[in-house]
Design a protein around this ligand. Structure first.
Ligand code: SF4
Ligand code: SF4
Ligand code: SF4
Length: 333
């Protein structure tokens, strides 16, 4: 019975299942408010609270507001509520970790749909060189520093209140998410102070870059997302893990060829068993594409939930062997 179930899971068409999970999650998180669904404001995804119909909200906005409280309040009774909020947020991280990005985040899903649209239109696909990739990949940690340090500087009085939720002011999700519900009010610059004007203008530029970038790169924004950096920092403690058995890997590169996030180590690193890297979105396409038994596997609480198999990969991916798919090929710089 158990082996039958395992065979069924290992042979499933991951692309189709992922598409449906992403679609349902997108509808839930963008329009759930119409059905009075609310899953709280501690979510580790970009379900933006600026969209009034969202079924839950990204934690980055309450986190910035809480950290900007005056130090004496933060260290007093209010600090307990802040710690409770952070612990709830951390639970969500540990529960699914980066699978939130690969399967649930509406902003990630929207980028995948823009990629599908690009393919339909026939716009050429582009990749980063390894050098560009390594440099750009660090930007998410700079944005994470803005999320945490700017509110703390407000709290100690070094910055004024107009810096409140500074990251949200530059975040493209603030502008784009309400648009899904027909609300275009965020497509504007706030002229109330110089700081707000600069920050909201940067937000508009980032929103424009989001669309342009997503038409030439897969998951363009996810490379820069501070939530992705946070996920990675706590990934070691997660219930879910992406693992590799290097002794079974032939370094054929099939996993790298299907990886939207250009993670070279997934094919090249035959030493590490913990193979999750900071840009990974735990989509599991690499596991599905790998043609070697158990070379890659996705574990839940140390139990193998989904493994690579010799027979399964064409069926699971719902495509021919990826080597023939020029669009999914990356430059191996
Ligand atoms: S990395 Fe992408 S999918 Fe993950 S939270 Fe950020 S925008 Fe969403
Ligand atoms: S697809 Fe499997 S065998 Fe090929 S490089 Fe990746 S992990 Fe190794
Ligand atoms: S390494 Fe694997 S799970 Fe991570 S993004 Fe690439 S294909 Fe998806």
């Amino acid at each position: 019975m158990l082996s039958k179930l395992k065979r069924l899971i290992n042979n499933m068409n991951l692309i189709r299942i992922r598409f449906w999970i992403q679609l349902i999650s997108f509808v839930l998180f963008v329009y759930g408010g119409y059905f009075a669904i609310y899953l709280g404001s501690k979510l580790p995804i970009f379900a933006c609270p600026y969209n009034g119909k969202s079924a839950g909200a990204c934690f980055l906005i309450p986190l910035q507001h809480q950290l900007s409280m005056p130090v004496q309040i933060l260290l007093g009774g209010a600090g307990i509520a802040v710690i409770f909020g952070i612990l709830t947020f951390l639970f969500w991280f540990i529960f699914l970790n980066k699978a939130w990005c690969g399967y649930v985040c509406p902003f990630g899903t929207f980028q995948d749909w823009l990629t599908l649209l690009r393919k339909q239109i026939g716009i050429r696909y582009s990749t980063y060189t390894q050098h560009q990739f390594e440099k750009l990949s660090k930007i998410k940690y700079i944005l994470l520093a803005i999320v945490i340090l700017v509110p703390l500087l407000i709290g100690v009085g070094a910055l004024g209140g107009e810096w409140s939720a500074a990251f949200c002011q530059i975040c493209p999700a603030r502008i784009i998410s309400p648009t899904f519900g027909g609300d275009f009010s965020q497509w504007s610059i706030d002229f109330s102070t110089k700081t707000s004007m600069v920050l909201t203008a940067i937000g508009m530029i980032f929103a424009g870059l989001f669309f342009i970038g997503s038409f030439v790169k897969k998951r363009f924004f996810c490379f820069f997302c501070p939530m992705s950096a946070l996920h990675y920092i706590f990934s070691k403690f997660s219930f879910v893990q992406l693992r590799k058995d290097g002794s079974k890997c032939t370094r054929c590169g099939d996993c790298y060829a299907v990886c939207d996030m250009q993670i070279k180590d997934i094919a090249d690193d035959v030493i590490s068993t913990e193979i999750l890297r900071d840009d990974c979105i735990l989509c599991l396409k690499c596991v599905a594409a790998c043609p070697e038994d158990d070379a890659l596997h996705f574990d839940i609480l140390k139990l193998r939930a989904f493994s690579s198999t010799k027979q399964g990969f064409e069926k699971r991916m719902g495509i021919a062997k990826p080597k023939g798919d020029a669009d999914d090929k990356h430059t191996r710089a």
